[in-house]
Design a protein around this ligand. Structure first.
Ligand SMILES: [Zn+2]
Length: 135
């Protein structure tokens, strides 16, 4: 009955566990600070005026959008820079490709032949803007 087991190793595991919990807490805190508090610009993609997709511009991603016989290859956060651009398209005008990278809220890439618009929205609404004085 009641065999005593010397528990010496748990100290190591306690340390590891504590480290893990600490890291996790830091990660959650960091995420909350970066993702929660900051306003992020979102790329909203419209085809024929209908929203078909949205993506954060600070997260590297590649998407393909097709509409009206044209196919656009869009890249978000190109070269690690928050923004959106159309890297290639088979539309006749290529205006969307020539637009390059848009980085600011309100900017948009428009492909008329495909009737696709990639517009950056949000992020421009500072909650604590002291400059916004009426008058
Ligand atoms: Zn185009």
């Amino acid at each position: 009955m009641g065999k005593r087991r010397p528990r010496l190793k748990p100290t190591l595991w306690d340390g590891v566990l504590a480290a893990c919990v600490g890291l996790l807490a830091c990660a959650i805190l960091f995420n909350a600070r970066v993702g929660g508090a900051a306003e992020y610009v979102t790329a909203v993609v419209y085809a024929d005026g209908v929203e078909i997709d949205r993506a954060r511009i600070d997260t590297p991603a590649e998407r393909t959008y097709a509409a009206n016989g044209c196919t656009l290859h869009a890249r978000f956060c190109p070269d690690g820079v928050p923004g959106a651009r159309v890297v290639s398209a088979d539309c006749p005008t290529q205006d969307c490709v020539h637009t390059g990278t848009v980085t600011h809220s309100g900017e948009a890439i428009v492909c008329l032949p495909a009737r696709i618009v990639i517009r950056l929205e949000g992020g421009a609404v500072p909650d604590d803007a002291p400059d916004a004085v009426i008058g």
